[in-house]
Write a protein that binds this ligand. Structure first.
Ligand code: HEM
Length: 459
C-alpha cells in the first residue's frame, strides 16, 4: 500500500474546482479547439488543482510544484503512466517510456549506465560532425526551414549513436516510418484515454505497414549485431552487452522495444528545443549578442568539444530558458493506483492526472514576467538558492521516471546551438506564421523559416 494513500476514515473534499463543461461532452469541445489555451484558462480561473471531464472520463490538472513533487517523487509508487501512454505502447511495446513495475526497473537498470555523463561524452564527436555537415550545406543568405533541418540532424545523430555509422541509411528509413506512426499519436492517445478498448479502424493499414517495417529493420540490425563478433561503440552494442543483477542479457524483443523508444524519444524533443531556442534568439538581438560574445571568447571559429561545455554557460542558460517557454515534452500524465490526497482533495483510484510543463513553467508566481525570454533567470541555480520550488521547472520530468537521455540531450542542444550561432546569424522570414502545435511534443506548426547569414568569429 503506498505510504501517502488516503486512510478510509479521513474526510476530504471530493471535487476540486474546474470548468463546468457541457452536458455529456464535458470539456471535449473547448479542449479540442485549443489544448494549450484550455489548460491555461483552467489554471488561471480555477487554481492549483483543476477537475474537468471529457465524456465520461474524469481528469485532473495539477499545477503546483508541491503537488507535482508529490506525484512524481514522494508518492511515485502510487502512480503508473496515464492511459494515453497505451497509444505509444502500440508502437514502442514495453520500452522504458511505456513499461511499468519490476520489468521497467530492470530495464532502467540495464540502460541507465549507458547514458551516464561520462559514457556519452564519446558521442559529442558524432554530434559536432553531423552539425558541421548540415552547416556546410547552408548557403549564405539562403532560406531554410529550421525545424526540418533540426529534425534531420538530430535524426542522423541519434541513428549513428544508437546503431553506428554503417547503418545510418537504415536510420533514415526508421525515421520515415516513425513519422507515419507518430502522425496520429495525439488522436490515438486521446482515444486511449477515453476508451479502454481499441477502436479497430483507427489503426490504419499505413500505420500497420510502418510498424511492420520498423520491426523488420530494427530486428535485422539486432540480428546482424548479435552474429558479428566485432565490438563497436554504439548504444546498441552497449545494450547487447548489458547484464542484469542475475547476469541475464536483454532478449531481442526487449532490445527492439528499447531501440525504438530511444530512437523516438531521442530526436524530435531535442530538435524542438533547438528550433525554439533559435527562434527566440532571432527575436532578441541583445541576448544573441551576449551569446555570440561567449562563443567568440571560448571557441572563436573552432568546433566545440565536451571540454568546452563548462565554459559555454550562457548557451546553457539560453537552452534552459527556451525549454521553459517551449517545453518540447509539454506534459506528463499519471494514473493513481489507490485513492490519494492531492492539494487537500481526495483523488480516487484510477484517476488520470496531468502535469503540464507548459502551464507550471509559465506561472508568474515562480517566473515573474513569465512570457519574457530571459536566460538570466538561470545565472544562479534558482532551485538551489530557494527562489523557485524544485518542480516549478521540469522539462525532463522528475523522480524515478525522469528522462534517461537528459544529459545526452543537453550536451547535444548546447553543442549544436553553439555551432549554428557560431557560423550563422538567423533572421526570421517576415510573414511566415510561427505557431505552437501541441501534439505529443510542442512543435512549430508550420516550421520556422529563417534567412541564414554567414558570420565569422575571429579569436
Ligand atoms: C530536449 C530533449 C528531451 C526532452 C525535453 C525530454 C523529455 C522527457 C520527459 C519529460 C520524460 C518523462 C516522461 C514521463 O515522466 O512520463 C522523458 C522520458 C524519457 N526520455 Fe526524454 N527528453 C529529451 C531527450 C531524450 C533523449 C535524447 C533520449 C534518448 C536518447 C530520451 C529518452 C527518454 C526515455 C527512454 C524516457 C523514459 C524514461 C523512463 O521512464 O524510465 N529523451 N523525456
Amino acid at each position: 500500500m503506498p505510504a501517502a494513500s488516503v486512510s478510509a476514515t479521513k474526510t476530504l473534499p471530493g471535487v476540486p474546482p474546474g470548468p463546468k463543461g457541457r452536458f455529456l461532452l464535458g470539456s471535449l469541445v473547448e479542449l479540442s479547439r485549443d489544448w494549450l489555451g484550455f489548460y491555461a484558462r483552467c489554471a488561471r480561473e480555477h487554481g492549483d488543482l483543476v477537475y474537468f471531464h471529457i465524456l465520461h472520463v474524469p481528469l485532473y490538472l495539477v499545477v503546483h510544484p508541491r503537488d507535482i513533487e508529490f506525484i512524481l517523487v514522494t508518492n511515485a509508487g502510487n502512480f503508473t503512466k496515464s492511459e494515453d501512454y497505451r497509444a505509444l505502447a502500440r508502437v514502442l511495446g514495453r520500452g522504458l517510456l511505456t513499461s511499468e513495475g519490476e520489468f521497467w526497473r530492470r530495464q532502467r537498470g540495464l540502460i541507465q549506465p549507458a547514458f551516464r555523463r561520462e559514457n556519452i561524452l564519446a558521442y559529442a564527436r558524432v554530434m559536432t560532425g553531423a552539425a558541421g555537415r548540415m552547416l556546410d550545406s547552408w548557403k549564405d543568405n539562403g532560406v531554410r526551414n529550421l525545424h526540418e533541418d533540426m529534425m534531420r540532424v538530430t535524426l542522423e545523430i541519434v541513428g549513428q549513436c544508437l546503431y553506428g555509422a554503417e547503418v545510418s541509411g537504415a536510420a533514415e528509413r526508421v525515421g520515415k516510418a516513425m513519422e507515419v506512426v507518430t502522425e496520429k499519436f495525439i488522436v490515438n492517445a486521446s482515444q486511449a484515454l477515453l476508451f479502454r478498448f481499441e477502436i479497430p479502424d483507427l489503426f490504419a493499414p499505413r500505420e500497420r505497414r510502418a510498424i511492420a517495417e520498423l520491426n523488420e529493420i530494427i530486428g535485422g540490425i539486432i540480428r546482424d549485431k548479435r552474429s558479428s563478433n566485432q565490438p563497436r561503440d554504439d548504444l546498441l552494442d552497449t545494450l547487447l552487452r548489458a547484464r542484469d543483477a542475475e547476469g541475464k542479457p536483454m532478449s531481442d524483443a526487449q532490445l527492439r522495444d528499447e531501440m525504438m523508444t530511444l530512437f523516438l524519444a531521442g530526436h524530435e524533443t531535442t530538435a524542438i528545443a533547438l528550433s525554439w531556442a533559435c527562434y527566440l534568439l532571432a527575436q532578441n538581438p541583445q541576448i544573441e549578442a551576449k551569446l555570440v560574445e561567449e562563443l567568440r571568447s571560448v571557441l572563436g571559429n573552432r568546433a566545440p568539444t565536451p571540454q568546452d561545455l563548462p565554459r559555454l554557460s550562457y548557451i546553457e542558460m539560453v537552452v534552459k530558458e527556451a525549454m521553459r517557454l517551449y517545453p518540447p515534452a509539454w506534459g506528463v500524465g499519471r494514473r493513481a493506483i489507490a485513492d490519494c490526497e492531492i492539494g487537500g482533495y481526495r483523488v480516487p483510484a484510477g484517476s488520470n492526472v496531468f502535469i503540464l510543463q507548459w502551464i507550471t513553467q509559465r506561472d508568474p508566481r515562480f517566473f515573474p514576467d513569465p512570457e519574457r525570454f530571459d536566460p538570466e533567470r538561470w545565472r544562479e541555480d534558482p532551485v538551489r538558492s530557494g527562489k523557485i520550488p524544485r518542480f516549478a521547472y521540469l522539462p525532463f520530468g522528475g523522480g524515478p521516471r525522469v528522462c534517461v537521455g537528459a544529459s545526452f540531450a543537453m550536451m547535444e542542444a548546447i553543442l549544436l546551438l553553439a555551432m549554428i550561432q557560431q557560423r550563422y546569424h538567423l533572421e526570421l522570414v517576415p510573414d511566415h506564421p510561427v505557431e505552437v502545435f501541441a501534439s505529443v511534443t510542442l512543435r512549430p506548426k508550420h516550421g520556422i523559416r529563417v534567412t541564414v547569414k554567414h558570420r565569422e568569429l575571429a579569436e
